[in-house]
Design a protein around this ligand. Sequence first.
Ligand code: AMP
Ligand code: MG
Length: 419
Amino acid sequence: MLSVEKAESIIFNLVKRLDDRQDVERLDLLSASGRVLAAPVVGSMDFPHWDNSAMDGYAVRYADVRHSSPERPTVLTVVEEIPAGKPPQVEIKPGMAARILTGSMMPPGADTVAIQEETRRQGQEVEILAAPREIGDFVRHGGSFYRAGNPLLPAGIAIAPPDIAVLATAQCLEVPVYRRPKVAILSTGDELVTPGASLKPGQLVDSNQYALTAAVIAAGCEAVPLGIVPDDPGKLKQAIAHALSVADVVLSTGGVSVGDYDYVEQILTELGGQIQIKSVAIKPGKPLTVATFPPSTSQGDSARNLLYFGLPGNPVSALVTFWRFVQPALGKLSGLNHGFLPEFSFAKTQQDLRAGGQRETYLWGQIQSVDSEYQFKLAGGSHSSGNLINLAQTNGLAIVPVGKKIIPAGEMVQVMWVK
Ligand code: AMP
Ligand code: MG
């Protein structure tokens, strides 16, 4: 059985990023929010575009006002008002000032802004009551924040609201982004019914399809939910073949243990898949199966291997293995350059955390920030992997390493953030 670390590195090496030419679409600026940028963005204008004022006040010549004080103010003639959005008309010569507002362009001849709070206006004249600290005070110089031609945004970032602001400023109206990877989702099991059905004895609602669809969408991918497949080798084979033909990644749940109806691994092999992982020393989630399929010839030169994740059927196991292994894989596939690896912190556990010692154990609950430290609050109730009820509102998993049977309350434990 593979360690979690080893399984993670195998999966990582199997995932190839989407292609930065073939897997790219151009979206208008707002539609690109949340998507992964596929090419670096370079601006063609300096920022600020021109020298402008950082404050309301008066554009002046530093040499005129450098000795000003409340007792000996400098008196200047106000030759113009420069509203925001209008170019200045008059050059500032010795003894002159222009009324200026935040963001207005600096007039030629002026090099400094005297802020309004340190002036007194008297009709067409203004008294400067304090010396600026230095030449250029309160002037935002053109190009001081950014010079045209330099990289503005690198490829491989998830476009967030501040990036949208940068793209808008750079007048980048169409943004090249990676397409969303398609992730097909299958639930296997004779006992499963959709949430709308009335349950016959022994039946169970297929919650995994819903949980994984939501998780795939949250990971920025396009979910292709394909429904429930019975434990029938023929039907399962057909369903898996179809899933592989419509998606970049296939997730199935159930049918990967060693029960009499667990056919997934055998079918994957029959369909030409290479089994990469059969089980992992993780609890919950041991029977995780990972396989790769060569791309069909119709998919072109740059096509990658298709990835198949056979997740365990237990609802908690399915989500824990999704969070631990699938979500980072989807992040890398999406074209992200960083920010897709699981995030770990240390937290003080509020309860004893118990494990068998044989497998790396993930216990669900909530990470809370209390008095400037993280605390982990174990979900109440059963920690059976079949109990999805107390999984609600989980934002973190506490990790008990192999070889440990207990982490007592009050000790620090490694936790993984999930969403
Ligand atoms: P399996 O891995 O197929 O043996 O399933 C393990 C357990 O998870 C069984 O108790 C199943 O009833 C349950 N299970 C399997 N698939 C799902 C599903 N899609 N939604 C909810 N529970 C499931
Ligand atoms: Mg089953």
